[in-house]
Design a protein around this ligand. Structure first.
Ligand code: ADP
Length: 762
């Protein structure tokens, strides 16, 4: 039996070993019957349940003994049957003294060969400590409920155990949709895989921090800053992972904006300098570096006064500082100095940068190099001044020329007219007539040149008066009757109503219409000239249509320019100065109107003038007697001729006037104003003709003033006669004491007209 004995001993030994192991295990072990009667329990389990020894526990029912697990035997058996394997679950147990503790239990059924359950074996681990730690975490997490960050607690396998309110709000989930799920549900698939992969391992090691793309329930993505931390239990074993995420969309947007703005500043074509509140440079953009020629390191911390040239006074700088430190913007120009000493001009705008609380934290200067611009501006101003000077010279030259030409014309025209009237020989009569015609043409041209020079020097003042267009138009047309008849042209006119009133200047209107009809007749050899005036709500349209040679479209513009004609140079076909239309256009535009031309070569042209009706700058006034364009009047009586004195340094004028006024005035003359005063004191004169330019001694204006002071000459008509026919002159002469004004050269009719007017008034 030696062999048997040996086997027996071995068996006993191994059973002893097993018992020792079983008993001394640091985890609770038990065996019960199917119904729950305790067959075995090791020391650890006995201790867990609070029993003094196994003996006190043996044979008690684990369910009914008032201790052990809280679940029912029935549920337990059902669970085991269902799984038929080892089951693993957590539950609460009760000790002998009634206190509760938490366990993790592994249970297994041991069966016979017929698969009937013989008993249950269980392994029980006390997890109360861990459970409590977890509850603490959850409580802590709940206390984080109201914080803005999204807090989540997960187990070591990333399963969600808790999320706070911010989390739910931010991700758009209900709590029950998340608990028990993987936290990766909120992670976007667009994250770099290598980053996603490192999060869990890194957290289990301690913590992970970084940026991630997350995804809401509705699928929208947003960036978060996430920090995940590992929490250990009391024994230092890894327990849970806490994640704190914050939505950084706004922050990212802000960074984006800052990037945008800063690159705008960096790339800006103007210099930008930012200083601290003491004015020390903190930032200069690349353009600023380029302009000043310094390196940034040479400017940093320096005061911008290193650019100073002394062009601005201390007071200028004080004003600048006062402006910007009171949070206002300062604008101005600096002359500054580059590193290489070169001077340059800057247009700067300087202001304070203020924080949320209104405190000044920086100063900002935005500056543009305007050296080139300044140079160009100066050149422009210079050339403008030069051009204006030239234009003044031209106008003065024209005015002087016209004066010099007008004066001898008095003699030429005057004597030609006298010869024409007095001579009997028809041949010489024709010659005299030709002299008259040519002289008149010359005089007309002089008038145009003078008008133009006045318009150009802006000397012609705008005067508005109530003007009746129908009468003036008819009068102007009448003037052309003879010429039209000679050329076999018919003159047609039409008016939209019997009388048409506008606020205008009668002389200007006269001149406009005169030029247009004059051209129409000049450039038409057969057919008709039609003048029509039509009134609309706020404008009047005057059109002059001819059936003449017409104007090519190409020339529409140039004909309105000074001295320009369609046929120019030596081959030109028509007389004329090329001034009429340019004066007409200037006049029309001066009064706010427009002039246009429509024409067909060979068929004729229509010039259309549109004048505004309501352009009244002055209160409407009736035209004065001298402004009225009246038909010629002659003195009614020749009896008892009045005595007249002519003061003029040109003896020709006396001879012409003496003839002209033969039937109306007894004329005496003197060349000297002072002598005239003596004569006037000696004899009583009824009318005085006063030339203004007397070449020596007193001029006519002064003389008029003196004459007015002589007894008996307070109201005697003084007629100013001058070749200086500039606008405003008339007023000057009148205010000096003259009662009437006549520009040289004048015709017989004109002088008789003025004389009759003057003597009538007397
Ligand atoms: P002028 O008639 O003295 O030459 P204007 O300035 O009045 O100067 O006219 C300029 C040019 O416009 C004329 O020379 C002529 O070539 C052209 N023009 C003006 N009016 C007419 C018209 N009614 N028919 C044809 N051509 C015209």
């Amino acid at each position: 039996i030696t062999k048997r004995k040996q086997i027996q001993e071995k068996l006993e030994f191994s059973e002893d070993q097993f018992h020792k192991l079983y008993d001394n295990a640091k985890i609770g072990l038990y065996r019960t019957t199917r119904e729950g009667t305790i067959l075995m329990a090791n020391k650890e389990l006995v201790k867990m349940l609070g029993y003094p020894s196994f003996g006190a526990l043996a044979s008690r029912n684990i369910e009914k003994g008032g201790f052990g697990p809280s679940y029912s035997r029935k549920d337990f058996i059902e669970m085991i049957e269902k799984h038929s394997q080892v089951i693993n679950f957590e539950s609460a147990w009760t000790r002998l003294d009634g206190t509760v503790f938490f366990v993790r239990e592994n249970a297994q059924a041991i069966r016979d060969s017929n698969n009937n359950i013989l008993y249950f074996d269980g392994v029980v681990e006390d997890i109360t400590e861990r459970k409590l730690a977890e509850e603490e975490i959850i409580m802590l997490a709940h206390s984080l409920k109201s914080i803005n960050e999204c807090v989540s607690i997960t187990d070591l396998e990333d399963k969600i155990l808790f999320v706070n309110e911010s989390f739910l709000k931010t991700y758009g989930y209900e709590e029950n949709e998340l608990i028990g799920k993987q936290i990766t549900i909120i992670r976007s698939l667009n994250n770099p895989p290598e980053i996603v992969k490192e999060i869990l391992p890194a957290t289990v090691q301690g913590e992970w921090k970084g940026e991630l793309l997350n995804i809401r329930k509705d699928g929208s993505e947003f960036p978060v800053h996430l920090s995940t931390t590992l929490i250990n239990d009391k024994e230092g074993k890894p327990l849970r992972l806490i994640g704190v995420a914050s939505d950084i969309t706004a922050q990212k947007q802000m960074l984006d904006d800052i990037l945008k703005l800063s690159s705008a500043v960096e790339q800006s074509p103007v210099s930008i300098i930012i200083t601290d509140i003491k004015g020390n440079i903190e930032y200069v953009n690349p353009k600023g570096i380029e302009t000043t020629g310094y390196q940034f390191s040479e400017l940093q911390g320096k005061n911008p006064r290193i650019f100073k040239t002394g062009e601005k006074s201390a007071n200028d700088y004080k004003v600048l500082w006062d402006t910007i430190s009171s949070r206002k913007e300062w604008h101005g120009e600096f002359q500054n100095k580059k590193k290489n000493g070169e001077l340059y001009w800057e247009s700067a705008s300087i202001s304070a940068i203020v924080n949320n609380t209104g405190e000044i934290i920086h100063y900002l200067a935005v500056k543009e190099d305007i050296t080139e611009q300044k140079k160009i501006n100066e050149e422009l101003i210079n050339s403008k001044e030069k051009a204006e000077e030239m234009s003044r010279l031209k106008s003065n030259f024209l005015a002087n020329m016209s004066h010099e030409l007008r004066t001898p014309l008095v003699g030429i025209l005057g004597f030609a007219e006298i010869i024409r009237q007095e001579i009997v020989s028809p041949e010489i009569k024709v010659m005299a007539e030709t002299i008259c015609k040519s002289g008149n043409r010359l005089s007309e041209t002089l008038n145009l040149i003078l008008d133009l020079s006045q318009l150009e020097t802006e000397k012609k003042e705008i005067k508005f008066q109530k003007v009746e267009l129908v009468v003036i138009t008819k009068e102007v047309i009448t003037l052309f009757k003879v010429t039209a008849q000679e050329k076999g042209l018919s003159l047609i006119s039409s008016f939209s109503s019997e009388s048409i009133f506008i606020n205008f200047d009668a002389r200007a209107y006269y001149s406009i219409l005169n030029n247009l009809i004059n051209n129409a007749i000049k450039f038409t050899s057969e057919g008709s000239i039609t003048t029509s005036v039509s009134q609309y709500d706020d404008s009047v349209e005057i059109s002059v249509t001819d059936t003449g040679i017409g104007i090519a479209k190409n020339d529409y513009q140039s004909i309105f320019e000074e001295f320009r004609q369609v046929s120019e140079g030596y081959s030109r076909n028509f007389e004329g100065s090329g001034l009429g239309l340019s004066i007409t256009k200037k006049l029309v535009e001066k009064y706010g109107g427009t002039i246009t031309v429509e024409s067909e070569v060979g068929k004729g042209s229509t010039f259309k003038v549109i004048l505004p009706v309501t352009n009244a700058l002055e209160i409407l006034k009736e035209p004065t007697a001298s402004e009225k364009l009246t038909s010629t009047k002659y003195p009614e009586t020749k009896l008892g001729k009045p005595l007249g004195l002519l003061v003029d340094d040109d003896p020709l004028v006396f001879q012409v006037m003496k003839r002209y006024l033969r039937d109306y005035v007894e004329l005496e003359t003197t060349m000297d104003a002072e002598f005239a005063a003596k004569l006037l004191r000696k004899k009583k004169y009824d009318i005085i003709f006063m030339d203004i330019n007397l070449n020596r001694g007193m001029d006519g204006k002064e003389a008029a003033t003196i004459i007015r002071k002589i007894d008996g000459y307070e109201f005697t008509p003084i007629i100013a006669t001058t070749a200086y026919a500039l606008a405003g002159d008339r007023e000057k002469f009148i205010s000096a004491g003259c009662s009437h004004y006549l520009s040289k050269p004048f015709t017989k009719t004109e002088i008789i007209d003025v004389v009759s007017e003057a003597l009538k008034q007397k």
